[in-house]
Ligand binder design. Structure first.
Ligand code: GLA
Length: 273
């Protein structure tokens, strides 16, 4: 009887934290701003390349009109430096008003109208890696709800300006908060990249329950050496990494192309949704 109760309690607590969005049965495919456009916020001098709603509309047009969408590249993902330096009066994140005058909800609508999905970036900590407002523990619910209200489809949650125990609390709390919004939002966790990427520090079983994908390793840079370095690391650690992946839970080598995913996944699971 006691055993039954214990099993029951364990089952319940696990169910309470598991990510419940049914998304990403195959590895998500799309486009993310960081590698190319970084934190370019100088729209006065560099209007074509700065982080702004125009950039994401342009990229949406490219995916929708140039055949990428048909291949499965449906996510258009904002990375760092999109927000204003201050939260609004209700403590909610807000986009930089000059660079995103139409707001994020409008941008999401633009993408949805073209059969695409919008990703956004947050950081579990006091600041994002680029120094913008972070999601502290007390702001997790607010930020999840804000993203849901805007119609966001995916969240990359980075881990700058926090520490190991903060991350251990925060990443599962965001899972719960995303579930609670009722909107299916794909959840990309940078957590393992901040833990060295390997067990025993990284618990891939837990990650598979609370995140749809996770960054295991360092940032990709604009060089072939960087691509090779990432591939080598995944190759060397494939016995640990391959079993961690499956429908709804994926290793993320950071914007390395689909050919690399084929190394990591069963070949029949790379066909896009
Ligand atoms: C970290 C992440 C990158 C990118 C930048 C943004 O370095 O690993 O992928 O999001 O922050 O500042």
């Amino acid at each position: 009887m006691i055993l039954a109760v214990v099993v029951c309690v364990l089952a319940f607590s696990k169910a309470a934290v598991a990510l419940d969005n049914g998304l990403m049965r195959t590895p998500p495919m799309g486009w993310l701003a960081w590698e190319r456009f970084r934190c370019d916020i100088d729209c006065d001098n560099d209007p074509k390349n700065c982080i702004s709603e125009n950039l994401f509309r342009d990229m949406a047009d490219r995916l929708a009109e140039d055949g990428w969408k048909e291949l499965g590249y449906v996510y258009v993902n904002i990375d760092d430096c999109w927000s204003s330096m201050d939260r609004d009066n209700n403590g909610r994140l807000q986009p930089d008003p000059k660079r995103f005058p139409g707001g994020i909800a409008n941008l999401a609508r633009y993408l949805h109208d073209r059969g695409l999905k919008l990703g956004i970036y947050g950081d579990l900590g006091t600041h994002t890696c680029g120094g913008y407002p972070g999601t502290t523990l007390d702001k997790i619910q607010t930020d999840a709800q804000t993203f849901a209200d805007w119609g966001v489809d995916m969240l990359k949650l980075d881990g700058c300006y926090s520490n190991a125990s903060y991350q251990e609390q925060g990443y599962p709390l965001m899972t719960k908060a995303l579930n609670a919004t009722g909107r299916p939002i794909g959840y990309s966790c940078s957590w393992p990249a901040y833990q060295g990427g390997l067990p025993p520090k990284v618990n891939y079983t837990l990650l598979g329950e609370i995140c749809n994908l996770w960054r295991n390793y360092g940032d990709i840079q604009d060089s072939w050496d960087s691509v090779l370095n990432i591939i080598d690391w995944f190759f060397d650690n494939q016995d640990v990494l391959q079993p961690a992946a499956g429908p709804g839970r994926w290793n993320d080598p950071d914007m390395v192309s689909q050919e690399h995913f084929t190394l990591m996944c069963e070949s029949d699971s790379i066909i896009p949704d």
